[in-house]
Design a binder for this molecule. Structure first.
Ligand code: DAH
Length: 343
């Protein structure tokens, strides 16, 4: 074998075995085998010294080496371009991926609605802590020391340092804080989460939400309370809604009442939701007991007031006809998504 033939063979092997993984490898290959100063050019010069009878054959070998290099280059280029197709070809006219919009939780929706209804008649919003002391949750609200609500079965007690505290069992505790910290006239609602030691079922939960209302001024009467609650019921459940008050008992109000609204489903005709009574219970209320006013330093000779408290879940259940309380805290997206249009 001629020297030149050996060179051609070696180069052919190099072409065939070249590993071209990216565009820079490919460019190096191009310069070496196909560029203006490529490695094959001197071979044509050497061809002159090849004996005549072999010239044709060796010439063909050089040409086919050149061809092989060109084919290798073309094929690799095509492969590299098609593999980077997806990354490089961005279609700017494609519509964007829609972002999923979240929605407000139904409890927030109802809470906001209650706040907005009372804001329209001059109520402000106040808040208090969820971990509460005995004074604000019970004593200042006229709960006698032996009252069953203080029992371990109803209240979650927690220790804070050496002080025994409780998770508030109602938002009435915020009433006390507002009275301690401000002077009448007072017009406030206090939304918030409350806790009770109850077994979880469709009808009860160990935490839920309430809105407390407190109105204190000169000459506040039971008629003011009733009118305020009628206004609330009609804003919340529609102009046709009626209310009725049933005598009840709470330690912090005297007299006390429970309030029913005419059934939102049958309008009072009787159905299985209102258990054929035509009425649904929505809240507790009453005139603030003078003991409670005194405990917070309010002059009972000059001032009187009323208070009310309602469960947000309860109102939401009636508004959205949801009968299982647990749905509000399970956060199943299929449930929550249904409130998208609510405000
Ligand atoms: N705190 C009461 C409860 O959790 C609800 C309540 C009733 C609040 C009467 C009041 C009220 O302000 O006057 O059951």
């Amino acid at each position: 074998m001629l020297d030149i033939e050996k060179k051609i063979n070696d180069l052919l092997q190099e072409v065939n075995e070249a590993q071209l993984d990216n565009s820079s490898d490919l460019e190096t290959f191009r310069i070496k085998f196909l560029g203006s100063k490529n490695i094959l050019k001197p071979l044509f010069g050497e061809l002159k010294s090849v004996p005549n009878e072999q010239k044709k054959e060796v010439g063909q070998q050089i040409n086919s080496l050149k061809k092989s290099a060109q084919i290798k280059f073309d094929k690799t280029k095509e492969a590299l371009e098609s593999s980077s197709d997806d990354k490089e070809k961005i279609d700017f006219t494609r519509p964007g991926e829609p972002r999923k919009l979240g929605s407000r939780h139904p409890i927030s929706v109802v809470r906001n609605e209650i706040i907005s209804i009372f804001e329209r008649i001059g109520y402000g919003v106040s808040e208090g802590p969820e971990i509460e002391d005995d004074w604000h949750n019970f004593s200042a609200l006229n709960f006698p020391p032996e009252h069953p609500a203080r029992d371990m079965q109803d209240t979650f007690f927690v220790e804070k340092g050496d002080k025994e505290m409780a998770l508030r069992t109602h938002t009435s505790s915020v009433q006390v804080r507002v009275m301690e910290n401000s002077k009448p006239p007072i017009r406030t609602i206090s939304p918030g989460r409350v806790y009770r030691n109850e077994a979880i079922s469709a009808r009860a939960h160990c935490f839920f939400h309430q809105v407390e209302g407190l109105f204190i001024d000169k000459d506040v009467s039971f008629a003011d309370l009733k009118q305020t609650l009628l206004y609330f019921a009609q804003e919340m459940f529609g102009k046709k809604a009626q209310i009725r008050l049933r005598p009840s008992y709470f330690p912090f109000t005297e007299p006390s009442a429970e309030v029913d609204v005419s059934c939102t489903i049958c309008n009072g005709d009787g159905c299985n939701v209102c258990k054929y009574t035509g009425w649904l219970e929505i809240l507790g209320c009453g005139m603030v007991d003078p003991n409670v006013l005194k405990a917070s330093g309010i002059d009972t000779e000059t001032y009187s007031g009323f208070a009310f408290g309602m469960g947000i879940e309860r109102i939401a259940q009636l508004k959205y006809r949801v009968n299982d309380l647990r749905l509000y805290s399970e956060n199943d997206v299929r449930f929550l998504e249904q409130f998208k249009s609510a405000f």
